[in-house]
Design a protein. Structure first.
Length: 479
């Protein structure tokens, strides 16, 4: 039967995968379905409720999906021709840091490029902007991102790009953003970035003892003190701009969560910034990321407090901003996404529209679906600025679901799977089904966790979290 069972302390449910609907069940029906799913021989008659649901078209035996194909496939060429709105420029491959987990570090990246001194030339940057202009006829908003290596090493190029973009995209809403390690910020750069309203994200992994374990200069010394001084300088000379700063926090879940979180306890006011946590990516080391028990326990507890604070039952100020940020995205994603039944031709949810969402252009003018995939992988390359998009490759990346279609068609997680082409990269220039399938249990675990949260919140009548959060922020009593 194509269902997935869920139980909360109060209720029993099954997710009818074909219809993408949750059905609340009696305990007897739940048990009956559990026995069937476990392959046990069931000698009793199905409960009345099960028979009624079947009559109503629920609880079908087989998946509706006959073929895995992304709905955009036949229009992808047009999408890439007219609907781009964003480009991320790798302005340099050089970096003044040698973070120990860096995907570009020589000892780690078996599948990624290594650190190098290559910079993007003005000719390439200009060609990338022209490429975006030519392929964004239907887009009224344009975003240009600066990425590295360390982009602040290429300030003159960045200024040229900004000046040229302002002329080129006149009439469209134009925004810029930059991801930086922050160590090279100075007064002049801060004031320039403020003037141009560049949305800035600085990397900082936690308090000094955590940050400096991994985030080090080329000579091996920690970067914490330098970065904090730069943030303080920004607060001094550009206080309004500093308030908009985001902190990218790469978390190594081998560490103690409380220790990582201690940076958010008011001492340095980092908690007043927008913290965007992510877990260290070891995929291109050929490894899986493993959490320590102490990290898991404490982060789950903080996650629980974060939910309580959403419900107005706990003071938000006392909850870890890291946990709040994680829960934010988890809750809102489910509540904002419309449910959608499975169609005969369908694709597991998750993958972006390769190239259209966050086109990445490296120093040499090679194009990739985003900055997170391997630049060494032919399978990930979407083409070049000179030759344009390689539509066949783009279609393959978009249709990474088809690679594992037999497993996906029968998978309860079909609508909630977030595995994209990056997770199928063999490192040998091909997409590999076995590599992708090795991430399935992680993907299903994440989906299960989100759906449980959704059910629990539904049970207490929380129907529309973003709206509720707005009311909490405004100080309204919602309980
Ligand atoms: S700052 Fe970024 S690019 Fe530089 S070493 Fe650290 S993680 Fe790598
Ligand atoms: S990580 Fe995957 S889904 Fe996300 S932007 Fe990159 S290619 Fe797309
Ligand atoms: S979890 Fe695995 S089998 Fe399930 S939809 Fe995702 S890729 Fe397919």
């Amino acid at each position: 039967m194509f269902v997935k069972l869920f139980s909360t302390p109060n209720h029993y449910y099954c997710l009818d995968v074909n219809k993408d609907e949750f059905l609340e069940l009696s305990f007897a029906s739940y048990q009956y379905l559990a026995q069937i799913l476990n392959g046990e021989e069931v000698k009793t008659m199905p409960p009345e409720e099960i028979l009624d649901l079947k009559k109503a078209g629920y609880l079908s035996e087989k998946s509706n999906v006959k073929k895995v194909k992304h709905a955009i496939t036949d229009y992808l060429e047009e999408f890439l021709e007219r609907k781009l709105s964003r480009i991320i420029l790798q302005v340099t491959q050089n970096c003044n840091l040698r973070c120990k987990y860096c995907i570009y570090s020589e000892e780690h990246s078996i599948m990624q490029r290594s650190h190098s001194s290559k910079n993007m030339s003005w000719e390439t940057a200009k060609a990338a902007l022209n490429f975006l202009w030519e392929h964004s006829v239907d887009s009224s908003s344009i975003n240009v991102g600066f990425y590295g290596g360390e982009p602040l090493l290429q300030m003159p190029l960045i200024k040229q790009v900004i000046e040229y973009s302002k002329k080129l995209f006149k009439g469209k809403k134009l925004t810029f953003n930059m991801t930086t390690n922050g160590t090279l910020l100075d007064e002049e750069k801060i004031l320039y970035l403020q003037e141009e309203e560049i949305s800035l994200m600085i990397s900082l992994d936690g308090p000094k003892e955590i940050n400096d374990m991994n985030r080090v200069f080329v000579n091996g010394t920690g970067t914490y003190d330098t970065v904090m001084k730069k943030i303080e300088l920004m607060r001094e000379i550009a206080p309004e701009y500093a308030k908009k700063l985001s902190i990218s926090m790469v978390i190594d879940p081998q560490n103690d969560f409380d220790c990582i979180n201690s940076i958010c306890l008011g001492k340095n006011d980092v908690d007043k910034l927008n913290i965007l946590p992510s877990i260290v990516d070891k995929g291109y080391d050929g490894e899986k990321t493993v959490s320590s028990d102490i990290y898991r326990w404490k982060s789950r507890y903080e996650g629980f407090l974060a939910i309580l604070s959403y419900l107005g039952r706990y003071e938000k100020e006392k909850v870890s901003p890291i946990a709040l940020a994680s829960i934010n995205s988890e809750i809102e994603r489910r509540f904002e996404v419309e449910t959608s039944r499975l169609f005969e031709v369908d694709t597991p949810s998750g993958p972006c529209i390769a190239g259209q969402m966050r086109l990445f252009c490296n120093v040499e003018g090679l194009l990739f679906p985003c900055e997170r995939v391997s630049e060494n992988s032919k399978a990930m390359c979407l083409g070049t600025l000179d030759s344009g998009f390689n539509i066949d490759n783009a279609k393959q990346l978009l249709n990474v679901g088809a690679l594992t279609s037999d497993a996906c068609k029968e998978c309860w997680c079909f609508r909630y799977c977030m595995l994209c082409c990056k997770k199928a990269d063999s490192g040998q220039g091909t997409l590999d089904a076995a590599v992708k399938l090795s991430y399935c249990s992680e993907s299903k675990g994440n989906a299960y966790h989100k759906l449980m949260l959704y059910l629990l919140l539904k049970e207490i009548n929380v129907d529309y979290l973003p709206q509720m959060r707005y009311r909490v922020q405004k100080g309204e009593d919602i309980v």
